[in-house]
Design a protein around this ligand. Structure first.
Ligand code: GLN
Length: 294
């Protein structure tokens, strides 16, 4: 069968199964199987595909048609231009989260902290101490460590299995990061950071059932469920982060599209932070809240 026809067939099967991006996923799976890239597929669309490849391809398509996330089949997701390994133990990094990383990286690169002394510099001390709370696959912390050579990144998560993936990602991407298992701030007791970044679980419990099948059936619910009103983790973070931040330190959190105002208010009411700023994603919805310690 011609490559073009085969991929079209994959697309039909996926759209009948209710997959959102049937065309893209059908192409991605063909790339994954053959090692071609999308341009390669385009250029070789008229070529014949052998029987074995055809069968293997339709097997991949069948798995995706069962609504297994594409990234669980390919095992990877690109984030900030880096390839992250993923598994059902971690949330697949979302493109929306790149907004948080881009903003954090901008601050770290543009704003100088107290310059480390000559001796500290030859010891390799970094100017910015950054904590990635609830790090999951490590996408946020590892990207920051890669992009900002003046950032020393510490990451924590409660899930051992997630941290196995985070460690593999840190190794394969050669990012020098510290990784600790534990609940929220518990592993970094007594330490101070210049910046805390986090994408905690923030979906309301009763909304989980309404998520796409790929997400609710295959992604870790502990990485999504933010409690009855979705704000459980923010309450803990807003109450405790101040103790782990240096004066004027930054707290930057991913939030749900309808949580900007309430987060702004929570931060204000705590009295520990300067007025917060809400950043929007490309479609114009609230996505990140950023503030500084007074
Ligand atoms: N943005 C994720 C989703 O759409 C949720 C991430 C989170 O809860 N931190 O499923």
């Amino acid at each position: 069968m011609k490559m073009r026809i085969l991929i079209k067939e994959g697309e039909y099967r996926l759209s009948r199964a209710g997959c959102m991006d049937a065309k893209l996923d059908a192409e991605e799976l063909f790339c994954f199987l053959t090692g071609l890239d999308r341009v390669g597929i385009f250029l070789r669309a008229q070529e014949e595909v052998d029987k074995e490849t055809e069968e293997q391809y339709m097997e991949l398509i069948e798995r995706r048609a069962q609504r297994i996330p594409l990234q669980h089949i390919t095992g990877v997701q690109e984030f900030m231009g880096y390839k992250f390994k993923v598994s059902p133990d971690v949330l697949v990094p979302r493109q929306d989260t790149e907004i948080l990383v881009t903003e954090a990286a901008r601050i770290i690169r543009e704003e100088r902290r107290a310059e480390p002394s000559f001796f500290r510099r030859i010891r390799g001390d970094r100017e910015w101490k950054v904590l990635d709370l609830c790090c999951g696959s490590g996408a946020i912390g590892i990207s920051l460590a890669k992009i900002c050579d003046n950032a020393a990144v510490t990451m924590t998560d409660i899930s051992d299995k997630a941290l196995e993936i985070a460690r593999e990602n840190a190794d394969s991407l050669r990012a020098g990061v510290e990784i600790f298992q534990g609940d929220m701030f518990e592993p970094v007791k007594g330490r101070k950071f210049d910046m805390i970044v986090t994408n905690p679980p923030y979906i309301r419990t009763n909304m989980i059932a309404l998520l796409q099948e790929e997400v609710k059936e295959h992604e870790p619910v502990m990485a999504l469920d933010g409690g009855r009103d979705g704000l459980d983790y923010y309450r803990t973070i807003v109450a405790r982060a101040a103790r782990y931040l240096r004066p004027e330190g930054y707290l930057i959190m991913e939030i749900g599209y309808d949580q900007g105002e309430i987060l702004r208010k929570m931060l204000k009411d705590s009295g520990a932070y300067r007025p917060a700023e809400v950043l929007k994603d490309l479609p114009g919805r609230d996505r990140v809240v950023k503030c500084r310690l007074v």
